[in-house]
Design a protein around this ligand. Sequence first.
Ligand code: DGT
Length: 243
Amino acid sequence: ERQGCQIDFENVSFAYEGASGDPVLKNISFTCLPGETIGIIGSTGSGKSSLVSLIPRFYDTSAGTIRVDGVDIGKLDPAKLRDQIAIVPQKSILFSGTIEENLRWGNEHAALDEIIQAAKMAEAHGFITSFPEGYETILGQRGVNLSGGQKQRLSIARALVRKPDVLILDDCTSALDTTTETNIKESLKSFASGVTCLLIAQRITSVMDADKIIVMDDGEIVGIGTHETLMKSCRVYVEIFQS
Ligand code: DGT
């Protein structure tokens, strides 16, 4: 059973190297307990992707500390850190090759039944097996063309094959209908009961049932809480809800 990791941000600020003006993230502090699901919402450019990209150390903080299970990530072995954390990016990155090869990427030793289990959880098994070649279907230039939502589901499945302690979904359910999205979240809950999950979304409905929701505005956290709390206390959240 997965334990999930605790993640702490303490007064984290971040600016991209060479960029002028205000930092992209300003004084970010929050705690994500092991096994919690945290939603992250906010207008475009508010810093959501930048925030999660600091956790596997794609970039280093300019100030402040990030801890995974109490340890400063600057002191952790980067390879081990990246092995624990799976990020599903906004834009799916699939290559020319079979579906199975694409799902196994990053976890070359996975058995086929683990791949199938991950695909089932990501609501991808159905459309995969509807292709005559199934998991051997070739993607890309000389293969089948997938819809945006199908690509998103393969990207999520690929992350699940790795059985991460921390799963970060960066706005990668935007092309899915809400039923498919809900089904994926339900299977994540059962399989991944121990997995810590950060979920960036555009729609409030995507994060409404998270343990807590972080509301970002212009590089700052302007609210943290449950949907009910934020509806009462966070102007930016209510504006997103009404838009
Ligand atoms: P989204 O994805 O449109 O919903 O926006 P967020 O909330 O994910 O924002 P984010 O973190 O992508 O961008 C925050 C700010 O940082 C925004 O002004 C653009 C800037 N930025 C993002 N990526 C880079 C980068 O690779 N280099 C530089 N110099 N700036 C970046």
